[in-house]
Design a protein around this ligand. Sequence first.
Ligand code: PXP
Length: 241
Amino acid sequence: MPESVRLGVNIDHIATLREARKTREPDPVAAAVLAELAGADQITIHLRGDRRHIQDRDVELLRRTVHTRLNLEAAATPAMVTIASTHKPDTVTLVPERREEVTTEGGLDVLLNQNLVRKTAGELRDAGIEVSIFVDPDYDQIKAIVKLGVGLIEINTAKYSEARQPEQAAAEADKVAQLARAAAKLGLRVYAGHGLNYRNVRRIVAIPEIEELNIGHSIVARATLVGLERAVREMKELLRH
Ligand code: PXP
């Protein structure tokens, strides 16, 4: 087992804050530099069809500046394949996308979208990009993924993260662990993410098959709080006569 699970830092919400004012700050490119300085093993971004946070310019600049790995989450659409083939992130993680959703609501239904996923994954692979699929902890889904020749999955931990009762959280963590074990047996590499935070992450870290976690909201949320005191002090300093 490797010494630690790799951390992909999802910086979408740095861009969410910028887009709230349609201004230039905070810049996700600067955030990626700081995340890498702090030890992030990967920078993850989701270029949504509605461009609500990450913009095309961010993908372009991050591709030029990220020193670790760039993981682009994207819907399986021809437009996203074109963008990915142009900028060549290290990995594309295929996710489902619904315009009305606040965040990705579930894993990609590979059984329902076999032809589309096969075609999209093939095109991305031809462009030299590693393909991962964001999937719910469901054995039938991972069997279908193996058949499509995709070798990497990110297990959706949302149900675990959202569990309110300890028994429910334990049961959901168990589902993730069982699926991770089954996936590894089928030859898949296993990542996980969604809704993980400073309180609930340890149980997922304990699953030996999971190599990497992608975490966004809780890290950006914490950054705004742990950084607020310094930011206020700096402004107070400027207000002195
Ligand atoms: N993994 C995937 C596939 C996601 O869509 C997201 C959210 O963009 C994450 C991980 C990170 O989730 P969170 O922001 O809740 O940590």
